[in-house]
Design a protein around this ligand. Structure first.
Ligand code: KIV
Ligand code: ZN
Length: 512
Protein backbone atom coordinates (compact mmCIF):
# COMPACT_ATOMS: atom_id res chain seq x y z
CA UNK A 1 0.00 0.00 0.00
CA UNK A 2 1.45 3.37 -1.07
CA UNK A 3 2.18 5.87 1.69
CA UNK A 4 -0.05 8.90 2.11
CA UNK A 5 1.34 12.31 1.10
CA UNK A 6 -0.40 15.11 2.98
CA UNK A 7 -1.28 18.20 0.94
CA UNK A 8 -1.26 21.31 3.11
CA UNK A 9 -2.62 24.35 1.31
CA UNK A 10 -1.50 27.78 2.47
CA UNK A 11 -3.10 29.96 -0.25
CA UNK A 12 -5.15 31.78 2.39
CA UNK A 13 -2.12 32.49 4.59
CA UNK A 14 1.24 32.51 2.77
CA UNK A 15 -0.51 33.15 -0.58
CA UNK A 16 -2.32 36.10 0.91
CA UNK A 17 1.02 37.55 2.03
CA UNK A 18 1.73 38.53 -1.61
CA UNK A 19 1.34 42.30 -1.87
CA UNK A 20 -2.17 43.09 -3.09
CA UNK A 21 -3.58 39.57 -2.65
CA UNK A 22 -5.53 40.32 0.51
CA UNK A 23 -9.01 38.81 0.52
CA UNK A 24 -12.22 39.55 2.35
CA UNK A 25 -13.80 37.10 4.77
CA UNK A 26 -16.44 36.07 2.20
CA UNK A 27 -13.78 35.53 -0.47
CA UNK A 28 -11.73 33.40 1.89
CA UNK A 29 -14.75 31.30 2.77
CA UNK A 30 -15.44 30.74 -0.93
CA UNK A 31 -11.85 29.64 -1.52
CA UNK A 32 -11.79 27.44 1.61
CA UNK A 33 -14.93 25.62 0.46
CA UNK A 34 -13.38 25.11 -2.95
CA UNK A 35 -10.18 23.80 -1.33
CA UNK A 36 -12.28 21.30 0.56
CA UNK A 37 -13.93 20.26 -2.71
CA UNK A 38 -10.40 19.78 -4.06
CA UNK A 39 -9.93 17.57 -1.01
CA UNK A 40 -6.77 19.13 0.39
CA UNK A 41 -5.83 17.57 3.72
CA UNK A 42 -5.02 20.81 5.57
CA UNK A 43 -6.20 24.38 4.92
CA UNK A 44 -4.02 27.02 6.53
CA UNK A 45 -6.79 29.59 6.84
CA UNK A 46 -4.68 32.53 7.99
CA UNK A 47 -2.69 34.06 10.80
CA UNK A 48 -5.22 34.76 13.54
CA UNK A 49 -3.17 37.43 15.30
CA UNK A 50 -2.67 39.46 12.10
CA UNK A 51 -5.89 41.45 12.44
CA UNK A 52 -9.48 41.20 13.60
CA UNK A 53 -10.43 40.42 9.99
CA UNK A 54 -8.02 37.47 9.80
CA UNK A 55 -9.25 36.18 13.12
CA UNK A 56 -12.88 36.31 11.99
CA UNK A 57 -12.08 34.70 8.65
CA UNK A 58 -10.44 31.73 10.38
CA UNK A 59 -13.36 31.48 12.78
CA UNK A 60 -15.89 31.43 9.94
CA UNK A 61 -13.87 28.94 7.92
CA UNK A 62 -13.59 26.72 11.01
CA UNK A 63 -17.34 26.51 11.28
CA UNK A 64 -18.02 25.64 7.63
CA UNK A 65 -15.20 23.21 6.82
CA UNK A 66 -15.94 19.63 7.80
CA UNK A 67 -13.37 17.31 6.20
CA UNK A 68 -10.09 19.19 5.89
CA UNK A 69 -8.04 20.12 8.95
CA UNK A 70 -8.21 23.90 9.52
CA UNK A 71 -4.97 25.50 10.65
CA UNK A 72 -3.90 28.90 11.92
CA UNK A 73 -0.36 30.21 11.91
CA UNK A 74 1.00 31.80 15.08
CA UNK A 75 4.36 33.18 16.08
CA UNK A 76 5.98 31.39 19.01
CA UNK A 77 4.31 33.38 21.76
CA UNK A 78 1.35 32.81 24.09
CA UNK A 79 -0.77 35.65 22.76
CA UNK A 80 -0.61 34.50 19.13
CA UNK A 81 -1.21 30.89 20.11
CA UNK A 82 -4.22 31.73 22.28
CA UNK A 83 -5.63 33.83 19.44
CA UNK A 84 -5.14 30.96 16.99
CA UNK A 85 -6.83 28.54 19.39
CA UNK A 86 -9.80 30.87 19.84
CA UNK A 87 -10.19 31.34 16.08
CA UNK A 88 -10.13 27.56 15.59
CA UNK A 89 -12.56 26.89 18.44
CA UNK A 90 -15.34 25.52 16.22
CA UNK A 91 -13.17 23.58 13.80
CA UNK A 92 -14.05 19.92 13.45
CA UNK A 93 -10.32 19.16 13.09
CA UNK A 94 -7.80 21.84 14.02
CA UNK A 95 -4.08 22.49 13.89
CA UNK A 96 -1.93 25.22 15.41
CA UNK A 97 1.17 26.01 13.37
CA UNK A 98 3.82 27.87 15.31
CA UNK A 99 7.23 28.99 14.09
CA UNK A 100 10.40 30.81 15.01
CA UNK A 101 13.47 31.67 12.97
CA UNK A 102 16.52 29.46 13.51
CA UNK A 103 19.17 30.80 11.12
CA UNK A 104 22.06 32.79 12.63
CA UNK A 105 21.12 35.75 10.45
CA UNK A 106 17.46 35.83 11.49
CA UNK A 107 18.18 35.16 15.17
CA UNK A 108 20.76 37.90 15.39
CA UNK A 109 19.36 40.60 13.10
CA UNK A 110 15.60 40.04 13.17
CA UNK A 111 14.79 38.45 16.51
CA UNK A 112 17.80 39.79 18.41
CA UNK A 113 17.73 36.62 20.45
CA UNK A 114 20.41 34.17 21.44
CA UNK A 115 20.16 30.55 20.22
CA UNK A 116 19.35 29.48 23.81
CA UNK A 117 16.47 31.92 23.97
CA UNK A 118 15.13 30.67 20.63
CA UNK A 119 15.17 27.05 21.84
CA UNK A 120 13.37 28.07 25.03
CA UNK A 121 10.74 30.07 23.16
CA UNK A 122 10.09 27.28 20.65
CA UNK A 123 9.74 24.81 23.53
CA UNK A 124 7.29 26.99 25.48
CA UNK A 125 5.27 27.74 22.34
CA UNK A 126 4.75 24.09 21.44
CA UNK A 127 4.00 23.21 25.07
CA UNK A 128 1.37 25.95 25.20
CA UNK A 129 -0.15 25.07 21.80
CA UNK A 130 -0.57 21.45 22.95
CA UNK A 131 -2.96 22.67 25.65
CA UNK A 132 -5.44 23.51 22.86
CA UNK A 133 -4.95 20.68 20.39
CA UNK A 134 -2.90 17.54 19.93
CA UNK A 135 -2.18 18.57 16.32
CA UNK A 136 0.71 21.04 16.53
CA UNK A 137 3.07 21.93 13.70
CA UNK A 138 6.42 23.61 14.26
CA UNK A 139 8.49 25.38 11.58
CA UNK A 140 12.10 26.45 11.94
CA UNK A 141 11.85 29.59 9.79
CA UNK A 142 14.76 30.05 7.37
CA UNK A 143 15.54 26.41 8.15
CA UNK A 144 17.55 25.87 4.98
CA UNK A 145 20.06 28.56 6.08
CA UNK A 146 20.26 27.29 9.67
CA UNK A 147 23.08 25.28 11.25
CA UNK A 148 22.51 21.55 11.44
CA UNK A 149 23.58 21.15 15.09
CA UNK A 150 21.26 23.93 16.17
CA UNK A 151 18.37 22.57 14.10
CA UNK A 152 18.84 19.17 15.74
CA UNK A 153 18.63 20.79 19.16
CA UNK A 154 15.50 22.86 18.45
CA UNK A 155 13.64 20.12 16.63
CA UNK A 156 14.39 17.43 19.21
CA UNK A 157 13.13 19.82 21.90
CA UNK A 158 9.84 20.65 20.16
CA UNK A 159 9.11 17.02 19.32
CA UNK A 160 9.61 16.21 23.02
CA UNK A 161 7.04 18.90 23.78
CA UNK A 162 4.55 17.23 21.44
CA UNK A 163 5.00 18.83 17.99
CA UNK A 164 3.43 16.36 15.57
CA UNK A 165 4.62 17.94 12.31
CA UNK A 166 8.03 19.45 11.59
CA UNK A 167 7.91 21.79 8.63
CA UNK A 168 11.34 22.50 7.22
CA UNK A 169 11.04 25.99 5.73
CA UNK A 170 13.07 27.28 2.81
CA UNK A 171 11.81 30.77 3.60
CA UNK A 172 13.79 32.73 1.04
CA UNK A 173 13.92 30.13 -1.75
CA UNK A 174 17.66 29.57 -1.30
CA UNK A 175 17.65 25.78 -1.34
CA UNK A 176 18.88 23.50 -4.11
CA UNK A 177 16.98 20.21 -4.60
CA UNK A 178 19.58 17.60 -3.66
CA UNK A 179 20.96 19.67 -0.76
CA UNK A 180 17.50 20.43 0.62
CA UNK A 181 16.42 16.78 0.50
CA UNK A 182 19.71 15.68 2.03
CA UNK A 183 19.41 18.21 4.85
CA UNK A 184 16.02 16.77 5.79
CA UNK A 185 17.32 13.20 5.57
CA UNK A 186 20.32 14.06 7.79
CA UNK A 187 18.09 15.77 10.34
CA UNK A 188 15.78 12.78 10.45
CA UNK A 189 18.75 10.47 10.91
CA UNK A 190 20.42 12.56 13.60
CA UNK A 191 17.42 13.54 15.74
CA UNK A 192 16.61 10.63 18.08
CA UNK A 193 12.84 11.29 18.28
CA UNK A 194 12.42 12.33 14.61
CA UNK A 195 10.09 9.40 13.93
CA UNK A 196 7.51 10.84 16.37
CA UNK A 197 6.63 13.59 13.89
CA UNK A 198 5.60 13.85 10.26
CA UNK A 199 8.13 15.86 8.27
CA UNK A 200 6.96 18.54 5.92
CA UNK A 201 8.43 20.73 3.17
CA UNK A 202 7.70 24.44 2.69
CA UNK A 203 9.51 26.04 -0.23
CA UNK A 204 9.58 29.43 -1.88
CA UNK A 205 10.20 29.94 -5.56
CA UNK A 206 12.83 32.70 -5.67
CA UNK A 207 15.14 30.61 -7.85
CA UNK A 208 12.31 28.79 -9.60
CA UNK A 209 13.03 25.57 -7.68
CA UNK A 210 10.19 25.40 -5.16
CA UNK A 211 8.50 22.37 -6.73
CA UNK A 212 11.81 20.57 -7.36
CA UNK A 213 12.96 21.28 -3.80
CA UNK A 214 9.67 20.04 -2.37
CA UNK A 215 9.84 16.81 -4.37
CA UNK A 216 13.41 16.28 -3.28
CA UNK A 217 12.35 16.83 0.32
CA UNK A 218 9.84 14.03 -0.19
CA UNK A 219 12.02 11.59 -2.12
CA UNK A 220 15.45 12.12 -0.56
CA UNK A 221 14.37 13.60 2.76
CA UNK A 222 11.38 11.39 3.53
CA UNK A 223 8.95 14.27 4.08
CA UNK A 224 5.30 13.19 3.98
CA UNK A 225 3.62 16.60 3.86
CA UNK A 226 3.97 19.27 1.16
CA UNK A 227 2.99 22.87 1.83
CA UNK A 228 1.84 24.67 -1.28
CA UNK A 229 -0.50 27.25 -2.75
CA UNK A 230 -2.88 27.38 -5.69
CA UNK A 231 -1.15 28.84 -8.78
CA UNK A 232 2.02 29.07 -6.64
CA UNK A 233 0.65 32.31 -5.18
CA UNK A 234 2.85 33.88 -2.51
CA UNK A 235 5.26 36.63 -1.58
CA UNK A 236 7.96 37.56 -4.11
CA UNK A 237 8.20 34.63 -6.58
CA UNK A 238 5.59 32.66 -4.65
CA UNK A 239 5.32 29.24 -3.03
CA UNK A 240 5.35 25.67 -4.32
CA UNK A 241 2.42 25.31 -6.75
CA UNK A 242 -0.11 22.74 -5.54
CA UNK A 243 -1.21 21.81 -9.06
CA UNK A 244 2.36 21.04 -10.13
CA UNK A 245 3.14 18.90 -7.11
CA UNK A 246 -0.09 16.95 -7.39
CA UNK A 247 0.14 16.36 -11.12
CA UNK A 248 3.86 15.48 -10.97
CA UNK A 249 3.11 12.81 -8.38
CA UNK A 250 0.06 11.52 -10.18
CA UNK A 251 1.57 11.54 -13.68
CA UNK A 252 4.85 9.96 -12.56
CA UNK A 253 3.26 7.37 -10.33
CA UNK A 254 5.90 4.95 -11.56
CA UNK A 255 8.46 7.01 -9.61
CA UNK A 256 6.52 8.78 -6.86
CA UNK A 257 4.58 5.98 -5.26
CA UNK A 258 2.24 7.96 -3.00
CA UNK A 259 -1.39 8.07 -2.23
CA UNK A 260 -3.01 11.50 -2.63
CA UNK A 261 -6.46 12.50 -1.46
CA UNK A 262 -6.84 15.26 -4.10
CA UNK A 263 -9.72 15.35 -6.60
CA UNK A 264 -7.67 16.56 -9.56
CA UNK A 265 -10.75 17.56 -11.58
CA UNK A 266 -11.14 20.46 -9.15
CA UNK A 267 -7.67 21.88 -9.90
CA UNK A 268 -8.63 24.24 -12.74
CA UNK A 269 -11.84 25.54 -11.09
CA UNK A 270 -9.81 26.27 -7.93
CA UNK A 271 -7.07 27.97 -9.93
CA UNK A 272 -9.62 30.17 -11.71
CA UNK A 273 -11.36 31.10 -8.49
CA UNK A 274 -8.12 32.11 -6.76
CA UNK A 275 -6.95 34.11 -9.80
CA UNK A 276 -10.29 35.84 -10.11
CA UNK A 277 -10.53 36.78 -6.43
CA UNK A 278 -6.93 37.89 -5.93
CA UNK A 279 -6.38 39.51 -9.34
CA UNK A 280 -3.18 37.49 -9.78
CA UNK A 281 -3.65 36.10 -13.25
CA UNK A 282 -2.05 32.88 -14.38
CA UNK A 283 0.51 33.14 -17.16
CA UNK A 284 -0.64 31.27 -20.32
CA UNK A 285 2.35 28.91 -20.33
CA UNK A 286 2.02 27.99 -16.64
CA UNK A 287 2.13 24.22 -16.08
CA UNK A 288 -1.25 22.49 -15.63
CA UNK A 289 -3.44 25.60 -15.14
CA UNK A 290 -2.12 28.00 -17.83
CA UNK A 291 -4.46 28.61 -20.78
CA UNK A 292 -1.90 27.04 -23.16
CA UNK A 293 -1.00 24.09 -20.95
CA UNK A 294 -3.01 21.73 -23.15
CA UNK A 295 -3.06 23.72 -26.43
CA UNK A 296 -1.24 21.91 -29.19
CA UNK A 297 -0.44 24.70 -31.61
CA UNK A 298 2.19 23.10 -33.78
CA UNK A 299 0.96 21.11 -36.78
CA UNK A 300 3.28 18.18 -36.02
CA UNK A 301 1.95 17.89 -32.49
CA UNK A 302 -1.68 18.14 -33.62
CA UNK A 303 -1.09 15.35 -36.09
CA UNK A 304 0.50 13.22 -33.38
CA UNK A 305 -2.35 13.92 -30.96
CA UNK A 306 -4.91 12.87 -33.56
CA UNK A 307 -3.07 9.57 -34.18
CA UNK A 308 -2.54 8.77 -30.52
CA UNK A 309 -3.08 11.18 -27.67
CA UNK A 310 -0.13 10.12 -25.60
CA UNK A 311 2.37 10.98 -28.35
CA UNK A 312 2.51 14.52 -26.99
CA UNK A 313 0.15 14.53 -24.01
CA UNK A 314 1.26 13.24 -20.62
CA UNK A 315 -1.88 14.37 -18.77
CA UNK A 316 -5.47 14.73 -19.92
CA UNK A 317 -7.01 18.20 -19.79
CA UNK A 318 -10.24 16.81 -18.40
CA UNK A 319 -8.39 15.11 -15.52
CA UNK A 320 -7.41 18.51 -14.13
CA UNK A 321 -10.81 20.06 -14.75
CA UNK A 322 -10.45 21.86 -18.06
CA UNK A 323 -14.12 21.60 -18.95
CA UNK A 324 -13.65 23.62 -22.17
CA UNK A 325 -15.73 26.67 -21.31
CA UNK A 326 -19.03 24.93 -20.94
CA UNK A 327 -21.96 27.08 -22.04
CA UNK A 328 -24.14 26.65 -19.05
CA UNK A 329 -26.93 29.13 -19.25
CA UNK A 330 -28.53 31.70 -21.53
CA UNK A 331 -31.18 34.37 -21.74
CA UNK A 332 -34.04 31.93 -21.27
CA UNK A 333 -32.62 30.15 -18.24
CA UNK A 334 -34.75 30.54 -15.16
CA UNK A 335 -33.96 31.11 -11.50
CA UNK A 336 -33.97 27.37 -10.73
CA UNK A 337 -31.43 26.59 -13.43
CA UNK A 338 -29.27 29.46 -12.21
CA UNK A 339 -29.51 28.31 -8.59
CA UNK A 340 -28.69 24.74 -9.61
CA UNK A 341 -25.55 25.91 -11.44
CA UNK A 342 -24.50 27.90 -8.38
CA UNK A 343 -24.87 24.71 -6.32
CA UNK A 344 -22.86 22.70 -8.85
CA UNK A 345 -20.11 25.31 -8.72
CA UNK A 346 -20.20 25.08 -4.94
CA UNK A 347 -21.24 28.72 -4.56
CA UNK A 348 -23.46 29.12 -1.52
CA UNK A 349 -25.02 32.53 -1.20
CA UNK A 350 -26.09 33.39 2.30
CA UNK A 351 -29.74 34.30 1.75
CA UNK A 352 -32.54 34.07 -0.79
CA UNK A 353 -32.22 37.84 -1.21
CA UNK A 354 -28.61 37.38 -2.34
CA UNK A 355 -29.61 34.64 -4.79
CA UNK A 356 -32.28 36.99 -6.19
CA UNK A 357 -29.79 39.83 -6.55
CA UNK A 358 -27.25 37.56 -8.27
CA UNK A 359 -30.02 36.23 -10.54
CA UNK A 360 -30.99 39.80 -11.49
CA UNK A 361 -27.36 40.46 -12.45
CA UNK A 362 -27.28 37.23 -14.40
CA UNK A 363 -30.38 38.31 -16.37
CA UNK A 364 -28.77 41.68 -17.14
CA UNK A 365 -25.65 39.92 -18.36
CA UNK A 366 -27.62 37.39 -20.42
CA UNK A 367 -29.35 40.27 -22.18
CA UNK A 368 -25.97 41.53 -23.34
CA UNK A 369 -24.19 38.25 -23.90
CA UNK A 370 -25.99 35.23 -25.33
CA UNK A 371 -23.82 32.51 -23.79
CA UNK A 372 -23.07 32.48 -20.09
CA UNK A 373 -20.13 30.33 -18.94
CA UNK A 374 -19.10 29.19 -15.47
CA UNK A 375 -16.42 31.89 -15.39
CA UNK A 376 -19.10 34.54 -15.99
CA UNK A 377 -21.11 33.23 -13.07
CA UNK A 378 -18.06 33.23 -10.79
CA UNK A 379 -17.30 36.84 -11.74
CA UNK A 380 -20.83 38.06 -11.22
CA UNK A 381 -21.03 36.43 -7.81
CA UNK A 382 -17.82 38.22 -6.80
CA UNK A 383 -19.29 41.48 -8.02
CA UNK A 384 -22.50 40.84 -6.10
CA UNK A 385 -20.59 39.99 -2.92
CA UNK A 386 -18.75 43.32 -3.15
CA UNK A 387 -21.92 45.28 -3.62
CA UNK A 388 -23.72 43.76 -0.64
CA UNK A 389 -20.82 44.35 1.73
CA UNK A 390 -21.70 48.06 1.91
CA UNK A 391 -18.55 49.35 0.31
CA UNK A 392 -17.61 52.99 0.73
CA UNK A 393 -17.48 53.62 -3.03
CA UNK A 394 -19.97 51.96 -5.40
CA UNK A 395 -20.03 52.11 -9.17
CA UNK A 396 -23.36 53.20 -10.71
CA UNK A 397 -22.87 53.95 -14.43
CA UNK A 398 -20.64 55.63 -16.97
CA UNK A 399 -20.62 57.13 -20.42
CA UNK A 400 -17.59 58.00 -22.46
CA UNK A 401 -16.65 59.12 -25.91
CA UNK A 402 -13.43 58.63 -27.80
CA UNK A 403 -12.29 59.25 -31.30
CA UNK A 404 -8.93 58.53 -32.93
CA UNK A 405 -6.57 61.45 -32.66
CA UNK A 406 -8.54 63.21 -29.91
CA UNK A 407 -8.59 63.10 -26.10
CA UNK A 408 -11.25 60.81 -24.63
CA UNK A 409 -13.92 62.06 -22.28
CA UNK A 410 -15.72 60.12 -19.54
CA UNK A 411 -18.54 60.84 -17.15
CA UNK A 412 -18.78 58.43 -14.20
CA UNK A 413 -21.59 58.18 -11.68
CA UNK A 414 -20.69 56.45 -8.44
CA UNK A 415 -21.67 56.70 -4.82
CA UNK A 416 -19.53 57.71 -1.86
CA UNK A 417 -20.83 56.44 1.43
CA UNK A 418 -24.30 56.10 -0.11
CA UNK A 419 -24.36 59.53 -1.79
CA UNK A 420 -24.30 59.64 -5.58
CA UNK A 421 -21.74 61.83 -7.32
CA UNK A 422 -21.11 62.66 -10.97
CA UNK A 423 -17.55 63.23 -12.11
CA UNK A 424 -15.95 63.96 -15.44
CA UNK A 425 -12.48 63.35 -16.79
CA UNK A 426 -10.31 63.70 -19.86
CA UNK A 427 -7.58 61.27 -20.76
CA UNK A 428 -5.34 59.53 -23.24
CA UNK A 429 -8.01 57.00 -24.10
CA UNK A 430 -11.27 55.91 -22.50
CA UNK A 431 -9.72 54.02 -19.57
CA UNK A 432 -7.46 56.92 -18.65
CA UNK A 433 -10.38 59.36 -18.89
CA UNK A 434 -12.61 57.14 -16.73
CA UNK A 435 -10.04 56.68 -13.99
CA UNK A 436 -9.22 60.39 -14.10
CA UNK A 437 -12.91 61.15 -13.56
CA UNK A 438 -13.04 58.91 -10.47
CA UNK A 439 -9.74 60.21 -9.14
CA UNK A 440 -10.81 63.84 -9.54
CA UNK A 441 -13.38 63.25 -6.80
CA UNK A 442 -11.75 60.59 -4.63
CA UNK A 443 -8.30 62.24 -4.64
CA UNK A 444 -6.67 59.02 -3.50
CA UNK A 445 -3.20 60.06 -4.66
CA UNK A 446 -2.39 56.35 -4.94
CA UNK A 447 0.43 55.17 -7.15
CA UNK A 448 -0.63 53.00 -10.08
CA UNK A 449 1.31 49.74 -10.15
CA UNK A 450 -0.61 47.55 -12.57
CA UNK A 451 -3.41 47.64 -15.11
CA UNK A 452 -4.28 44.36 -16.82
CA UNK A 453 -7.22 43.20 -18.92
CA UNK A 454 -8.11 39.59 -19.45
CA UNK A 455 -10.91 37.97 -21.43
CA UNK A 456 -12.81 35.70 -19.01
CA UNK A 457 -13.91 33.34 -21.79
CA UNK A 458 -13.31 33.04 -25.50
CA UNK A 459 -14.63 35.28 -28.29
CA UNK A 460 -15.34 38.99 -28.54
CA UNK A 461 -18.53 38.66 -26.51
CA UNK A 462 -16.44 37.73 -23.50
CA UNK A 463 -16.52 39.79 -20.36
CA UNK A 464 -13.29 41.65 -19.75
CA UNK A 465 -11.77 41.21 -16.33
CA UNK A 466 -9.61 44.12 -15.26
CA UNK A 467 -7.09 44.08 -12.42
CA UNK A 468 -5.73 47.32 -11.01
CA UNK A 469 -2.98 47.37 -8.40
CA UNK A 470 -2.47 50.53 -6.36
CA UNK A 471 0.02 51.49 -3.72
CA UNK A 472 -0.30 54.09 -1.01
CA UNK A 473 1.64 54.69 2.18
CA UNK A 474 3.35 51.31 1.99
CA UNK A 475 0.14 49.36 1.34
CA UNK A 476 -0.50 47.54 -1.91
CA UNK A 477 -4.03 46.55 -2.96
CA UNK A 478 -5.60 44.86 -5.97
CA UNK A 479 -9.03 45.67 -7.34
CA UNK A 480 -10.80 43.39 -9.81
CA UNK A 481 -13.81 44.28 -11.98
CA UNK A 482 -15.62 42.37 -14.72
CA UNK A 483 -18.02 43.53 -17.40
CA UNK A 484 -18.62 42.95 -21.12
CA UNK A 485 -17.56 46.61 -21.50
CA UNK A 486 -13.90 46.84 -20.50
CA UNK A 487 -14.18 50.53 -19.65
CA UNK A 488 -16.88 49.71 -17.11
CA UNK A 489 -14.74 46.80 -15.86
CA UNK A 490 -11.86 49.26 -15.42
CA UNK A 491 -14.00 51.68 -13.43
CA UNK A 492 -15.22 48.81 -11.22
CA UNK A 493 -11.66 47.56 -10.68
CA UNK A 494 -10.43 51.03 -9.75
CA UNK A 495 -13.31 51.53 -7.33
CA UNK A 496 -12.68 48.06 -5.80
CA UNK A 497 -9.01 48.99 -5.23
CA UNK A 498 -9.99 52.36 -3.71
CA UNK A 499 -12.39 50.57 -1.34
CA UNK A 500 -9.54 48.37 -0.13
CA UNK A 501 -7.33 51.41 0.45
CA UNK A 502 -10.19 53.11 2.24
CA UNK A 503 -10.74 50.13 4.58
CA UNK A 504 -7.32 50.80 6.19
CA UNK A 505 -7.05 47.34 7.71
CA UNK A 506 -3.85 47.14 9.72
CA UNK A 507 -2.39 43.69 9.33
CA UNK A 508 0.67 42.24 10.99
CA UNK A 509 3.00 40.26 8.76
CA UNK A 510 3.95 37.22 10.87
CA UNK A 511 7.46 37.10 9.45
CA UNK A 512 8.52 40.69 9.99
O1 KIV B 1 8.32 30.73 4.57
C1 KIV B 1 8.22 30.55 5.78
O2 KIV B 1 9.20 30.42 6.52
C2 KIV B 1 6.88 30.53 6.35
C3 KIV B 1 6.80 30.06 7.76
C4 KIV B 1 5.89 30.89 8.56
C5 KIV B 1 6.44 28.61 7.77
O3 KIV B 1 5.92 30.81 5.68
ZN1 ZN C 1 6.45 30.72 3.54
Amino acid sequence: MAEKLIIFDTTLRDGEQSPGASMTRDEKIRIAKQLERLRVDVIEAGFAAASQGDFESIRSISSVIRDSIVCSLSRANDRDIARAAEALEHAQRKRIHTFIATSPLHMEKKLRMSPDQVVEQAKMAVRYARKFTDDVEFSPEDGSRSEMDFLCRVIETVINEGATTINFADTVGYAVPTLYGTMIRNLRERIPNSDKAIWSVHCHNDLGMAVANSLSGVIIGGARQVECTINGLGERAGNTALEEIVMAIRTRKDYFDFQLGIDTTQIVPTSKLVAQITGFNVQPNKAVVGANAFAHASGIHQDGILKARDTYEIMRAEDVGWAANKIVLGKLSGRNAFKQRLDELGIELESEAEVNAAFARFKELADRKSEIYDEDIMALVSDEQHSHTKEYYNFVSLSQSSESGAKSRAKVIFSIDGKETVSEGLGNGPVDATLAAVESVTQSGAEFLLFSVNAITEGTQSQGEVTIRLSKAGRIVNGVGADPDIIVASAKAYIAALNKLHSKIEKVNPQL
